[in-house]
Design a protein around this ligand. Structure first.
Ligand code: MG
Length: 262
């Protein structure tokens, strides 16, 4: 967090820059998604993503983030299997039956885009495939509620309601966020909530909405590297995220190759 509690209002010109950052993030996703297969390392994905940042004249959001004594060392977070978020790219080799979550961030002329997806590596059991599908569904249910005049509780409630029938654990410890000149801006955007409650969404705001769902319980802990967040019960975890801009013409998902209204 930045230490500020100010919720920033963006101009159309600011949104134009966030759209470029978003396109870059989408391209990072694409290049990594095409490279996912057994035998590949998470460090390889990071290398591919760095090239895309250069191609778009963007800077990484994640590299160097955090405590100066232990900054994040990747341009991606690469989170396999029971890693919920913030996995560090490196020597980890993917195997058939794994899942991998890729979180990418980019800055264009000072403005951020942030998005994540989870994909199966080869064949996975039905419950794992379902976890991935339900988490993606929940993201879109949340995005649809991110409209001028709605409340953040509408977003959280829609996400949570998608998980409930499946008995899937909704992570509460980590949440979505406002986004703009900072990757993480107020307000927090929880993946749970009550309709009609919470902060009112207004034109000019931007949010990163990001459900994190576990096959088991919601409980997590952090590994000794002080970054990697894993499920307490070792169950698999999925993570989907997009950045959404609340513009005068409606809400637009910016972190897609072709940004589109929601
Ligand atoms: Mg985020």
């Amino acid at each position: 967090m930045t230490g500020t509690r100010i919720i920033t209002i963006k101009t159309p010109a600011d949104f134009d820059k966030m759209l470029v950052a978003g396109k870059c993030v989408a391209a990072m996703h694409d290049v990594v998604r095409s490279a996912v297969e057994p035998g590949v390392t998470t460090g390889h994905f990071d290398k591919l993503a760095r090239q895309v940042l250069d191609d778009f004249d963007c800077q990484p959001s994640f590299l160097g983030y955090g405590d100066p004594g232990n900054p994040f060392t990747g341009v991606l977070c690469t989170s396999p299997n029971s890693v919920i978020v913030h996995g560090i790219p490196g020597d980890h080799v993917l195997s058939d039956g794994d899942i991998i979550s890729i979180d990418a961030g980019a800055i264009y002329q000072g403005w951020h885009g942030d998005a994540a997806f989870t994909v199966a590596v080869g064949d996975v059991p039905d419950d794992v495939a379902n976890l991935i599908a339900v988490t993606e569904q929940a993201l879109w249910a949340g995005l649809e509620q991110a409209q001028d005049g709605n409340k953040l509780g509408d977003v959280g409630a829609a996400i949570e309601a998608t998980a409930t029938p499946h008995g899937i654990g909704v992570v509460r410890e980590y949440v979505g966020h406002g986004i703009g000149r900072q990757m993480h801006e107020p307000p927090s955007v929880p993946n749970y909530g009550r309709r009609g409650r919470g902060f009112r969404i207004k034109t000019g705001m931007a949010f990163a909405i990001e459900p994190m769902f576990n096959l088991g319980t919601e409980d997590s802990y952090i590994l000794e590297d002080e970054w990697t967040v894993v499920t307490a019960d070792g169950s698999f975890s999925a993570h989907f995220e997009h950045t959404v801009l609340i513009t005068e013409e409606g809400s637009i998902v910016s972190t897609l190759e072709e940004p589109r209204p929601v």
